[in-house]
Write a protein that binds this ligand. Structure first.
Ligand code: ADP
Ligand code: MG
Length: 598
């Protein structure tokens, strides 16, 4: 079999994506490779096809159980025999899997790095016909990466203990220079073919919104998608995850949550609800995601600014792996910068002060992230240049290129806040000032006689969040300062006085409001949805996530092209021989029935 036949037979695709072919060729010729490609680029195929073509067994070292399960599920769906060897198996299951692997029943075995040097696994590996050893998420070997996993350091030692060195492959999506050097050295790759593909993900649409009210903006963003669409909402803290998720559920959305503070069982359950499309929205901290290969994530919304561009691009990149158009939205507020700073400065364990150099480095990355949120230039260009690539001035498909924001004159509102700060003789912080202009009836205001302030209730139609966003903006732009010694008291600056004297006007970048509220679409009644329902049934029966049966992209093409026989079905990207045999008739029938009914 040649590589193109393998691509079509097992995966149903007609052509290779950028970089895949060269990597496959090199591996088949026995040369080590190192592939640096963004999330969703299709790294798995680069070792899965050689595994089929080379024969023997291919070992894949992978950091996460969920990742292994997904991949093994997908491979078996595609007709390639695969297994995983990790702690989710009972001892008996593990023994059995090893025995089958030794008997040559599997082409591909996924293994956790911690297993490699155990006597039992080593004994198996020393007698097995290992042709290829692949290290996925290879940045885990480096302390400079964000997912350092000490057991990855055992890989090189493991290879030395094999009677014959297999060809080696390493793949990662994030590799700064330091990480790249570590991967080459610590994994012991020999003169590997290095392939770095472009970081651009053309099907992703990027936007940054500075909304007056984040939660409302979040709902608006979700509502732009069909009810059936899957999406991830990233929050910076566990508390925010709980709040946002609870609110969404209360508002009738199909949402679940994930963060490191939850019990293992709930976390696993929620993650599966999302993978299997039982829940559409996952609200999570950055703890969620590395193990997720779910291909039909239609949007990733950041509720807060993340701590650096690396994290942002990796998280946002979880949208649209199937190649369909998908949205990456960042909801920004000035306050996010302060929160980010706080987290960095206080991240030391047990209250230990952090290494100042490291802190400075992280603050620097945070500031570059802040610049992304504030630039009015092309967002895609910013991202690509950040990762060291050239980019055209405009992509035409991000919120800045499309002019999705307005620079509004907010002088009127600013005057009320600045006025309030001066008339109370600069004695209070943002909390009291915001309560005053909002017209709160709190006891604290009465005690301080702020309910008699001339600006009391001057902004009574605004929400607390809107007012705080404006105060933050006034601080950042230098109309107000926050006294940092003692209590954080707000004071007017000379610029602030200019505003009150009518000399200067205040502008603020904000989200362009849609003319009409968006009515949520539903896919109900479409052929696409009919096929999705069928897919869900099949997936349930086989205990795999729906996207492992067919991707959204494949179903969409089926509903557009409406194939009527096996040949037409096979011409659709994502339909290979195995799946044709297994599901072909069912899907052809569904299409025919749908046409008969309308
Ligand atoms: P990565 O590991 O680089 O993040 P994956 O290997 O998970 O990406 O692949 C992402 C998606 O792209 C998967 O759904 C995969 O089936 C699909 N894919 C990979 N190669 C191709 C190809 N040549 N044509 C079409 N789809 C592909
Ligand atoms: Mg991958």
């Amino acid at each position: 079999m040649d590589k193109l036949t393998a691509l079509k037979t097992y995966f149903g695709y007609d052509s290779f994506r950028e970089g895949q072919e060269e990597l496959i060729d090199a591996l088949c010729a026995g040369r080590d490779v190192f592939g640096v490609m963004p999330t969703g680029a299709g790294k798995s195929l680069c070792y899965q096809i050689p595994a089929v073509l080379l024969g023997g067994i291919t070992l894949v070292v992978s950091p996460l159980i969920s990742l292994m399960k997904d991949q093994v599920g997908a491979l078996n769906q595609a007709g390639i025999r695969a297994c995983y060897l990790n702690s989710s198996l009972s001892y008996r299951q593990y023994r059995l899997a090893l025995q089958y692997a030794a008997e040559g029943k599997y082409r591909i075995a996924y293994v956790a790095p911690e297993r490699l040097l155990t006597p039992e696994f080593l004994a198996f590996a020393q007698s097995a016909d290992i042709r290829l050893l692949c290290v996925d998420e290879a940045h885990c070997v480096s302390q400079w990466g964000h997912d350092f996993r000490p057991a990855y350091l055992d890989i090189a030692r493991f290879v030395e203990l094999l009677p014959k060195r297999p060809t080696m492959a390493a793949f990662t999506a994030t590799a700064t220079r330091a990480v790249r050097k570590d991967i080459l050295k610590l994994l012991g790759l020999t003169q590997p073919m290095l392939k770095t593909t472009g970081f651009d993900r053309k099907n992703l649409h990027f936007s940054v919104i500075t909304p007056p009210d984040k939660y409302r903006a979040l709902k608006r963003q979700i509502d732009r998608h069909a009810e059936e669409d899957s999406g991830i909402v990233y929050c910076l803290t566990r508390k925010a995850v709980e709040e946002v998720c609870e609110q969404l559920v209360a508002d009738g959305y199909s949402a679940t949550r994930y963060h490191a503070g939850l019990e293992d069982t709930e976390r696993g359950q929620n993650q599966d609800d999302f993978r299997f499309d039982r829940k559409k929205i996952m609200v999570a901290t950055n703890a969620f995601g590395m193990g997720i290969d779910k291909s039909n994530v239609r949007y990733v919304i950041h509720y807060h600014m993340p701590k650096n561009m690396e994290s942002y691009y990796q998280e946002a990149g979880r949208a649209g792996r199937d190649g369909l158009p998908s949205d990456c939205v960042l909801l920004f507020a000035e306050r996010d910068v302060a929160i980010g700073r706080f987290i960095i400065e206080h991240a030391g364990e047990d209250g230990e002060p952090r290494d100042p150099e490291r802190v400075a480095q992280e603050i620097d990355l945070l500031m570059k992230m802040e610049s992304y949120c504030k630039t009015t230039d092309c967002l895609r260009a910013y991202i690509l240049r950040y990762f060291g690539e050239d980019a055209p001035e405009e992509c035409g498909a991000c919120s800045n290129c499309e002019g999705d924001f307005v620079v509004a004159d907010v002088t009127d509102r600013a005057e009320k806040i600045l006025g309030c700060v001066t008339t109370c003789r600069e004695r209070f912080g943002a909390g009291v000032i915001a309560d005053t202009v909002r017209g709160s009836s709190s006891q604290k205001l009465k005690l301080n006689r702020m309910d008699k302030n001339p600006y009391y209730a001057a902004l009574c139609t605004e929400t607390d969040e809107q007012i705080h966003a404006l105060i933050d903006h006034l601080c950042v732009r230098g109309y107000l300062t926050r006294d940092t010694e003692g209590l954080p008291v707000l004071r007017l600056t000379a610029r602030g006085t200019d505003v009150l004297n009518g000399i200067e006007r205040v502008t603020m970048r904000t989200e362009k409001m849609p003319e009409r509220p968006i009515a949520r679409k539903s896919l109900r009644g479409t052929l696409f949805e009919t096929l999705r329902v069928l897919r869900l049934e099949l997936a349930k029966r086989e205990f795999v996530p729906p996207y492992a049966v067919f991707s959204d992209n494949t179903l969409q093409q089926m509903s557009e092209k409406r194939p009527h026989d096996e040949d037409e079905l096979l011409a659709i990207s994502g339909v290979g021989q195995t799946k044709l045999k297994k599901y072909g008739k069912l899907f052809l029938d569904a299409i025919r029935n749908f046409e008969d009914e309308i």
